[in-house]
Design a protein around this ligand. Structure first.
Ligand code: NIG
Ligand code: FE
Length: 386
C-alpha cells in the first residue's frame, strides 16, 4: 500500500544539512519512505493525505526515559520549589513503590506514558529499568519495557539501594543481575555521580555490560563536575546524558569521539538548576541530542516539544538545531540510521503539525500542535485540529 502526503507547506528533512523543502510531498510505501520531493512531481499512489499547507517533521526520537514506575513524587517537587535541592536520594522512594507494585500496575503506567508520548509526536522511545534494583525487579522492568520498544536499557546501576553494601551491590549489578537482564536489554547505563556510583564502580559495571554484548550509555555530569563524560568517551558509549557541568577537557573529549551528548532540559526546568550550555557543545562540533528523561523525580514530562522550546529559549539553540537534536540527534544517540529523518529508505515515522512551520514548536510553547502521527506508515490522529 502506497500513500502520498502532499501540500506540505514546510518539510523539515533533518538530514545532515537540515534541508527544508517548501510545497513538498512524501510517498510512503509500506513502512518506509519511498520518495521525497516537490508536490508537483509526486508519483501516483494508492492513497493520499492532503497536509493543506501544514509543516511535516520526522517523529521525535526520545532517547532517554524511565517509565517503569508507579506513583509520583509531587510532594518532592513542591518541596523543591519551596527551596529544597534535588538529590539522587528521591530515587529510593520510587524503588520502594515499584517493588510493591504488580506487573499490571507497572505495565499500565508505561502504556499511559507511551500514549502521551505518541500524542506529542514521539515515534521512538528508549526506556530504562532502574527502579527495581533486585535481580527479579530489574528483569521484570525490562520485560515490561520490551513490550513497548526495542530500545531497552538495563539501569541496575541507578543507585545503591538503601539495604545494600555499595561494593557488593556493584558486583551484583556487574555480575548475576547483568546476566539475568542482558537477554531483555539492548543497552546498559550507569548513574555516574556523587551519591550514586563512582568512576571505578561505573567502569566495572559498564565494562561487564559491554562484554555481555550491550551497547553503553552513561548518566554523567548532572549534579556537578565529574568523570562521567570522560568515562563514556573512554568506553565508546553511544551517549552520555545530562552534561550539565562540563570542563573544557570534557567538551574536547566529546568533540573527538563518537559519543553523543544528550541534553535533558526538562530536568533543569523541574529541578530549578542551571541549563547545560548547548551552544558551547555545538560550536565544538559535538553531536547533541535532546530527550525528555521522563521520570517521576527529576522531570515528569513526556513532552519533546517542551524540550525543544526550553532548548531554544534557555540553552542557546536555534530552532533548527533543537528540532534536529530531538529527531536525527536522538537517532544517533541510539545508533539508529533508519529513523530521525525524512529520507528515502527511512522508516515512515513522521508528524504533521497543526502549524505552517516547525518554528511554532518553540514559538508556541505548551500548545498541542501535533496533528497526525505516522508510525512506520500507520497513522493516528493526535491533535485537536482535525
Ligand atoms: O535521569 N539522574 C538519575 N536518574 C534520573 C532521575 C530519577 C529520579 O529522580 O527518580 C535522571 O534524572
Ligand atoms: Fe535519566
Amino acid at each position: 500500500m502506497s500513500l502520498l502526503i502532499d501540500h506540505i507547506g514546510e518539510l523539515a528533512v533533518c538530514d545532515d544539512d537540515f534541508t527544508v523543502l517548501h510545497n513538498a510531498a512524501v510517498v510512503i510505501d509500506g513502512d518506509r519512505i519511498a520518495w521525497v520531493g516537490g508536490a508537483d512531481n509526486a508519483p501516483a499512489t494508492d492513497e493520499r493525505v492532503d497536509a493543506t499547507g501544514r509543516a511535516v517533521i520526522p517523529g521525535f526520537v526520545d532517547s532517554h526515559s524511565h517509565l517503569v514506575f508507579t506513583g509520583d513524587r509531587s510532594a518532592e517537587f513542591a518541596a523543591r520549589m519551596a527551596g529544597r535541592p534535588y538529590s539522587a536520594g528521591g530515587i529510593a522512594t520510587t524503588v520502594d513503590r515499584v517493588r510493591r507494585a504488580s506487573d499490571v500496575q507497572l505495565a499500565d503506567n508505561v502504556a499511559r506514558l507511551v500514549r502521551q508520548m505518541h500524542a506529542q509526536g514521539t515515534t521512538t522511545v528508549e526506556i530504562k529499568s532502574g527502579y527495581g534494583l533486585t535481580i527479579d525487579d530489574e528483569v521484570r522492568a525490562l520485560r515490561i519495557a520490551s513490550g513497548f520498544t526495542p530500545e531497552t536499557t538495563y539501569l541496575g546501576g541507578h543507585i545503591v539501594p538503601p539495604e545494600a553494601d555499595p561494593d557488593e551491590y556493584t558486583a551484583l549489578v556487574a555480575g548475576p543481575m547483568l546476566a539475568a537482564c542482558a537477554p531483555h536489554a539492548k543497552w546498559a547505563d550507569v548513574f555516574c555521580e556523587r551519591g550514586a556510583f563512582d568512576v571505578d564502580q561505573s567502569r566495572a559495571i559498564l565494562s561487564a555490560a559491554a562484554r555481555a554484548g550491550l551497547g553503553l550509555r552513561v548518566h554523567g555530569n548532572q549534579l556537578g563536575h565529574g568523570p562521567g563524560v570522560q568515562l563514556a568517551v573512554e568506553l565508546g558509549a553511544a551517549s552520555v546524558d545530562h552534561c550539565t557541568y562540563l570542563s573544557d577537557a570534557d567538551v574536547d573529549a566529546l568533540a573527538n569521539s563518537h559519543t553523543v551528548a544528550t541534553l535533558l532540559p526538562g530536568v533543569e526546568f523541574s529541578t530549578r538548576s542551571p541549563y547545560p550550555d548547548a551552544a558551547r557543545l555545538l560550536a565544538a562540533g559535538v553531536t547533541v541530542a535532546l530527550a525528555s528523561d521522563c521520570n517521576p523525580g527529576s522531570c515528569f514530562s513526556s513532552s519533546v516539544p517542551l524540550m525543544i522550546a526550553l532548548a531554544v529559549r534557555e540553552m542557546g539553540m536555534t530552532v533548527e538545531q533543537a528540532l534536529w537534536s530531538a529527531t536525527a540527534g536522538g537517532a544517533r544517540a541510539l545508533r539508529r540510521n533508519d529513523i530521525g529523518s525524512i529520507t528515502v529508505g527511512s522508516r515512515a515515522d513522521l508528524v504533521i503539525l497543526d502549524a505552517p512551520s516547525y518554528v511554532h514548536l518553540a514559538y508556541r510553547p505548551g500548545v498541542p500542535l501535533i496533528h497526525q502521527v505516522f508510525f512506520g506508515g500507520a497513522w493516528e490522529w493526535a491533535g485537536l485540529s482535525r
